[in-house]
Design a protein around this ligand. Sequence first.
Ligand SMILES: CC/C=C\C/C=C\CCCC/C=C/C(=O)SCCNC(=O)CCNC(=O)[C@H](O)C(C)(C)COP(=O)(O)OP(=O)(O)OC[C@H]1O[C@@H](n2cnc3c(N)ncnc32)[C@H](O)[C@@H]1OP(=O)(O)O
Length: 374
Amino acid sequence: MALRTVSALKRRLGGAGLGLLRSGQISSAAGRSGAGRARAGRGRGVAWTRPRLGEEQLGPTCPVGPTWESVSRPSSTDRKCLGRAGNFLPCAAQHRLEKTPSYIDYPATARRSFSNHRVIVDMDQSLGVATIKIKNPPVNSLSLELLTEFLIGWEKLENDKSCKGVILTSNYPKIFSAGLDILEMCGKNAAHYTEYWKAVQELWLKLYMSNMVVIAAINGSSPAGGCLLALTSDYRVMADNPKYTIGLNETLLGIVAPFWFKDNLVNTIGNRASEQALQLGLLFSPAEALKIGLVDQLVPEDKVQSTALSVMSQWLKIPDHARQLTKTMMRKPTADLLLKQREADIDNFVRFISRDGIQKSLHMYLKALKERKE
Ligand SMILES: CC/C=C\C/C=C\CCCC/C=C/C(=O)SCCNC(=O)CCNC(=O)[C@H](O)C(C)(C)COP(=O)(O)OP(=O)(O)OC[C@H]1O[C@@H](n2cnc3c(N)ncnc32)[C@H](O)[C@@H]1OP(=O)(O)O
């Protein structure tokens, strides 16, 4: 039976570190995202310290880390830990989750892998670099299940102090990701759209504000949400194959890229190029994408992974705390815009996607995709 809710998935994956999360609130307990993740003395940052496990205070005022002042919806009755981007998890639960055993508690060896149904994570402990391969056939669409499993894998890496960098890639050469799963946005109810959009927001916030170095090894086409996923990274290496395309093509589906998709694009390629790309729903060839700065480097198909790794080693030579603080300085204002209005953004999405006209457009787009093959 298809699992349709994050909570159902969490139950199925029980013990994967999400048992303490509340339904529909995918939150990182590790909280290494953004400004609030540095552990003193571990090169993750130097501006603050935090209690070691066992020393934590589980009182109503969370002692952990600096705050993201803009985290929305602090509730006085159900105190939340405001220490990390996008976290709505009660403070005590976050601390408990930090103790959740995972593969990182076992004796270190050079390589460790873990995978769930839709995400393969391969961790090279000698380099401190993990590779996440998306594996959601046929086209790596970002379904709710994939997003949930991705967040679980990400959380494990965020918890692993030896992991300094992550390479994002696809298990299926030719398609990096087909973007958001259109089926998640078609013919469902408002509760489903809400849950789905929360997961999309959460993944973007976690990746965009990660203190780890994130490099996208784009080994295939990457439309819409797939492009957004790549845009969260610090550096994009793409396979130089003119058959592949990348871009935010939402308007072609009759939908609109949300403001934070737009902001991420503007921060990458500038305002003028974004205006054109977004209005026309442009999908760029790798050569065009390189020209406008949407990707940083093109390499032959079989060199995407090795190039990403060698770029990673360059980035990891920079003193970690300085790089992290710089990244935060560059990105936090953009992430804050979403954090300040997460609820409103969800409401907008649900209202917009529920409209008859939008549903019709999505159905027609799906139909056209299928007919293309016939
Ligand atoms: C005011 C505004 C306020 C708020 C904002 C509100 C809402 C809007 C925000 C929404 C933002 C949306 C972002 C998105 O990401 S939408 C998704 C966009 N994606 C695409 O356009 C890609 C479509 N797919 C393709 O172009 C091709 O499939 C692809 C990836 C190039 C691969 O081509 P190919 O190998 O030939 O494979 P097929 O086309 O045959 O596809 C195989 C199979 O997969 C189905 N499929 C493809 N893409 C998706 C998808 N994104 N979601 C779901 N399903 C998908 C396709 O239909 C085929 O299915 P079949 O059953 O026929 O096998």
